[in-house]
Design a binder for this molecule. Structure first.
Ligand code: GLA
Length: 726
């Protein structure tokens, strides 16, 4: 990364990517020159087209607006003539909204600063370099710092923004996005991860033309419906070829991202906090920090983008003791018992599970207050000793005696109207005074913008965690935010509530992971409504979906794995008929699919068919054999069953290319056909690989270009194929 003085160019290079920014001399505008495959040139300012009509304002001041409306500004602002999507919008003390940024100074340094109070990627001085460009709106005296970090060995550039009020009067920020890039051309496709509860992150690809196509959340969570990820790609890009630009927002609340095909055949991409229901007041000297966007460039299709995200997140986002550790195989009692359990029932599950090799019992929702269904007690984090007879410590000790660890479920951000906490503090929930807040799953959301609420809840969770040998926490969040209002905020600050809420959630997670560094934290949000990089900063794994059906999971896990590493994807084997879709799949297939995630069980092991139970030790053996490879390896999509009439396959290849695990699932059997042929990916052409099952030895080239035959019989059948280099 360097500044080339005579061209006024910033050249940000990473492994195979260049990102180029230039300052336009006359008026010190910061322009975007190029983002894509690495180039050596430094004199590429011609790409800005400032020698073409409508010309820079110094040459043609009568058409200043036309200039603003066509110039590729690094960070677009509202109200001066750029009518494409703005990135920054304000309301000053007189009610005006225009803003114009000009370059003031810059700084380049090794490493990367932490974004205060926010999750973010990290890297040391050998891994990354940071550029901070300081701009100013002279009339508002508003300073805006554009922050860029390049990761030298990965095709990754991150961006964030700091906005500081240097004026005497306060100013209200009404929109602060984190990234803005103008691409040349309009022939792009967009990939996003769309869904709903129980069918999160299905891959959606569409052609982008002129006009605006947005993906967003205004639910107070990153959401089941849309993930804070989009990719912009060449129309003809495939999994292996073409230019792909991935954008992922390191934030777990409301987001907005948009691709806009513009009049002069350029395409603008923006991403950041959703401006809807967002305002932030800055007093003199105060600063606002916008969360980080991770931008990944791939010149070799979607697959390379995926693997870059995986590497970055495994090494430079996830923290803590479990970052690169094999996770204990757990059994969770949710689908086994729902709310109907007690010490005896849990211990009978644990006893059987321990015999089979399962390593941890997780007690899910229903152990506290008077919670026997989802209509009460959130906020009353006191063990219900009518169910947990003998107390929590006794239960945990008994589970420990079986050689198993113990984990527990919380939903710390919520309050039930039917709870002692609500009866004592009816104003502790997010609400608008005088208006009855809407219920969702019969619960309200705590007003975490209030320190006393955060402290009370955190301390009550901490008390439970300190009372016994608990080594895992499932942190759930089961409703969306509505009726936004806080009695602790002044009228002009009500628009801060959504973001203040997120900052408080992050602060609580920070306290939890600091006070209990040995606890494995798994995030969850009604299944996978907060599967985002913000959460991964605190928890190395996230429950992917409440839908545990092996076939539904193919779509959910494939979409999730487009961005997030397999090591982060919470996946369990559950009982059949599946509780969400009523489908019955072979126990073996359920195991193969769950292996492509954290792996665990979610069933009553004392009540499942004997032949299923008998399979558990073999599945556990497979987990121990393959998990290092699955957690650390490179992931390749091979076949997608919605595209090819019923067959799905993926593979994980070790970094040294010596170990390969292929998983195949036949969703629907076909009569009167030969076996299916699949072509592997990511191997070394002239290495020889041995297929474990058959002892056949085949070259990497043959496996990749000619392929192997896979025979499966029956609907929902599956197999794994393990190969090692010889
Ligand atoms: C959410 C979670 C489930 C389970 C229930 C408990 O739906 O996603 O796994 O914990 O809450 O109420």
């Amino acid at each position: 990364m360097r500044f080339i003085e005579n061209n006024k160019v910033f050249k940000l290079d990473s492994k195979d990517t260049s990102y180029i920014i230039a300052i336009v001399d006359e008026e010190q505008f910061v322009g975007h020159v190029y983002f894509g495959k690495k180039i050596v040139d430094e004199n590429v300012n011609y790409l800005l087209r400032i020698d073409e009509s409508p010309y820079v304002p110094s040459k043609n001041n009568r058409d200043r607006v036309s200039f603003y409306d066509s110039f590729p500004m690094e960070y677009s602002t509202h109200g001066i003539g750029d009518f494409r999507e703005s990135s920054l919008q304000v309301r000053d003390s007189k009610g005006h909204t225009a803003c114009k940024l000009q370059y003031v100074s810059h700084e380049i340094f090794k490493g990367k600063k932490k974004l205060q109070g926010l999750p973010g990627t990290f890297g040391d001085e050998n891994e990354c370099t940071t550029l901070e460009i300081t701009c100013l709106d002279k009339d508002l005296n508003l300073e805006v710092v554009l922050v860029y970090t390049t990761f030298e060995n990965l095709d990754v550039i991150t961006r964030s923004v700091r906005v500081k009020n240097c004026a005497k009067d306060s100013i209200t920020l009404t929109k602060v996005l984190s990234t803005c890039i103008d691409f040349d051309g309009v022939n792009y496709d967009m990939v996003s991860l769309h869904g709903s509860w129980a069918r999160e992150r299905h891959i959606s690809r569409k052609k982008i033309g002129y006009g605006r196509q947005a993906v967003s959340s205004i639910r107070g969570e990153s959401s089941h419906q849309d993930n804070p990820f989009i990719a912009l790609l060449d129309n003809n890009a495939t999994d292996e070829s073409g230019n792909v630009y991935g954008f992922n927002f390191v934030y777990s609340g409301n987001f907005f991202t948009q691709i806009e095909g513009c009049q002069f055949d350029t395409t603008r991409v923006v991403m950041g906090i959703n401006p809807e229901d967002f305002e932030w007041v800055l007093q003199e000297g105060e600063e606002f920090i916008a969360p980080e966007v991770v931008m990944v460039y791939s010149n070799k299709g979607i697959g390379k983008m995926t693997r870059t995200f995986h590497d970055l997140y495994r090494n430079n986002l996830i923290r803590g003791e479990f970052k690169d550790k094999k996770r204990p195989i757990l059994i969770n009692n949710w689908e086994a018992t729902y709310f109907d359990f007690n010490t005896e029932k849990l211990l009978s599950i644990a006893k059987e599970a321990s015999k089979l090799g399962i390593e941890m019992l997780v007690m899910d929702d229903g152990w506290f207050g008077k919670r026997n269904s989802d209509n009460s007690s959130l906020g009353d984090w006191i063990v219900n000793e009518e169910k947990i007879q003998g107390g929590l410590k006794n239960l945990v000790d008994e589970v420990n005696k079986l050689g198993m660890e113990f984990g527990i479920w919380f939903e710390p951000e919520m309050i039930s109207p039917n709870s002692d906490l609500f009866r004592a503090h009816p104003d502790w929930c997010i609400h608008i005074e005088g208006r009855e807040p809407a219920l969702c799953r019969e619960q309200y959301v705590l007003d975490l913008s209030r320190k006393e609420v955060v402290d009370y809840i955190y301390e009550s969770v901490k008390k439970v965690l300190s009372s016994a040998n608990i080594t895992y926490v499932k942190w759930d969040m089961n409703r969306q935010l509505t009726d936004l209002g806080s009695i602790a905020l002044s009228p002009e600050r009500q628009g801060e509530l959504f973001h203040r809420y997120m900052l408080a959630v992050y602060e609580m997670m920070d306290r939890l992971t600091t006070d209990f560094p040995h606890i494995l934290l798994e995030n969850c949000s009604g299944g996978g409504a907060r599967f985002d990089p913000g959460m991964l900063y605190y928890s190395p794994q996230i429950w992917c979906s409440d839908d545990t059906d092996a076939i539904e999971r193919l779509k959910i896990q494939e979409g999730t794995a487009m961005v997030y590493p397999l090591s982060t994807i919470g996946a369990h084997v559950s009982d059949c008929p599946n509780h969400t879709v009523g489908r019955t799949t072979p126990f073996e297939t359920r195991g193969h699919v769950a292996l492509a995630g954290t792996f665990g069980y979610e069933l009553d092991v004392t009540r499942i068919p004997e032949e299923d139970r008998d399979m558990i030790p073999t599945q556990i053996e497979m987990y121990h054999k393959y998990n290092d490879l699955i957690r650390r390896g490179d992931y390749y999509r091979i076949e997608n069953f919605s595209e090819n009439h019923g067959f799905d396959a993926w593979t994980v290849v070790s970094k040294d290319k010596n170990e390969v695990l292929v998983t195949c699932v036949q969703v629907l059997g076909r009569p009167n056909y030969h076996s299916r042929r699949i072509k592997l990916k990511g191997l070394v052409e002239d290495k020889m690989y041995k297929i474990e099952e058959s002892d056949e030895i085949i070259s990497g080239g043959a496996l990749m270009y000619a392929g192997i035959n896979v025979s499966l019989y029956g609907d929902y059948s599956s197999k794994i194929i393990y190969l090692t280099a010889v």
